[in-house]
Design a protein around this ligand. Structure first.
Ligand SMILES: *Cc1c(COP(=O)(O)O)cnc(C)c1O
Length: 370
């Protein structure tokens, strides 16, 4: 970098001013309630549900345990249709439930191609686990239509989709369950954390039991549950983060707009279009480095790194290319041609609320003249 000696990473976790957090810490120390659904957990759960426009929401210790629990709650077994173009946790959650992932190719939206779903259904298929990749909503109507006709459950890994809305409201209302992650690298973080959005009180109660070892009360265990509870520290932080999230999203929108403007004329570089009629969260800024770009994607990746810019190749390799999955029939590259091509073209550029525009410009200059 010319104007800065700092390394620039793809994201930088947002934190509230420390002095805002001190009173919460004092309250936690004072009460000595550290976890198990304390006051901050209750307040954050209610505030978050309201912010997201979700009827019912269960907080979790992280997104992966939330995914595992969502699959348990719906008693998903057998085979599940899913995308290879995601973070490995999506398929790992199936594996840890003893469920076989069946990979379905994506389309130019970077999400599962609904037209490829039906051909992948077998008598063992019980559910669809789709991802709103980069916070860009899936074709939820097509997915629901197919699920309805084949009696399949639908779970959305919405780890990227915090605050994303479509014409009818929050995208998190779609499917049987949606799962969020509040990991440090996500748009909204509680250091580590996650949530399941569910449609009714009964499902919430079941999930709340599951995340607390299956304990319904002191002497009653109703299910073989897990420890998925969010602690008071993370809940208190989340409550504060909510106050700042709208400002953070607005700043992300500014970075997104600057990239689009500056990369408009870069030959061989394609910015993914914003999804029409939807309000995004600018969680990622993926570009495609096409064949008509002067150098290969990986060469650009290494050149940027040499300048102290650290983009990420989300999602390369594909999940289906990792050793524990590549032997599956659906992992064959001729079953996943679009995912295979896009994972070799994609590059996610740095985007976070306090990323300076001068850095965005410098990144764009490096990309424009590699
Ligand atoms: C981050 C992420 C997860 C995992 O969430 P954690 O909170 O880190 O456990 C799952 N799926 C996707 C698509 C993610 O990006």
């Amino acid at each position: 970098m010319t104007d800065s000696c700092r390394d620039i990473f793809v994201t930088k976790p947002s934190l509230p001013p420390l002095e805002e957090f001190i009173p919460s810490l004092e309250a936690i120390w004072e009460s000595a309630v550290l976890t198990n659904g304390g006051l901050f957990h209750q307040r954050f759960e209610a505030a978050l549900a309201e912010y997201l426009g979700a009827k019912h929401l269960c907080l979790f210790v992280n997104g992966t345990i939330a995914l595992l629990t969502a699959l348990q709650a719906l008693r998903v077994t057998g085979e599940v249709l899913t995308t290879p173009f995601s973070f490995v946790a999506t398929s790992h959650a199936l594996w840890w439930n003893g469920v076989k992932p069946v990979f379905v190719d994506i389309d130019a939206s970077m999400n599962m191609n609904p037209e490829r779903l039906e051909a992948a259904i077998t008598p063992r298929t019980t559910a669809i686990l789709a991802v709103h990749c980069y916070g860009r909503p899936c074709d939820v109507r097509a997915i629901q239509d197919i699920a309805g006709r084949h009696n399949l459950k639908v779970i959305y890994d919405a780890a990227h989709a915090f605050g994303v809305r479509d014409e009818g409201g929050s995208v998190l209302r779609h499917g049987d369950l949606s799962v969020l992650s509040f990991h440090a690298t996500k748009v909204f973080n509680t250091f580590e954390g996650g949530a399941i959005i569910c449609p009714d009180e009964k499902t919430k109660q079941h999930i709340d039991d599951l995340k607390n070892f299956g304990h319904a009360d002191e002497v009653t265990v109703v299910a073989p549950g897990i420890n998925g509870k969010m602690n008071e520290f993370c809940a208190a932080l989340g409550l504060l983060q909510l106050k700042h999230i709208d400002a953070a999203l607005a700043r992300r929108a500014g970075v997104d707009a600057r990239y689009r403007e500056r990369l408009k004329t870069a030959r061989g570089i394609q910015c993914l279009e914003r999804a029409a009629g939807k309000s995004g969260n600018y969680a990622y800024f993926p570009i495609l480095v096409r064949e008509d770009y002067p150098i290969a994607r990986d060469e650009l990746y290494w050149r940027l790194k040499k300048e102290g810019i650290h983009p990420r190749r989300y999602f390369y390799p594909l999940i289906s290319e990792f050793p524990m999955y590549r032997g599956l029939d659906s992992a064959r590259s001729d079953n996943l041609p679009v995912a295979a091509r896009l994972s070799r073209q994609v590059l996610c550029l740095p985007i976070y609320p306090d990323l300076e525009m001068s850095v965005v410009d410098a990144v764009c200059d490096l990309i424009a003249a590699p």
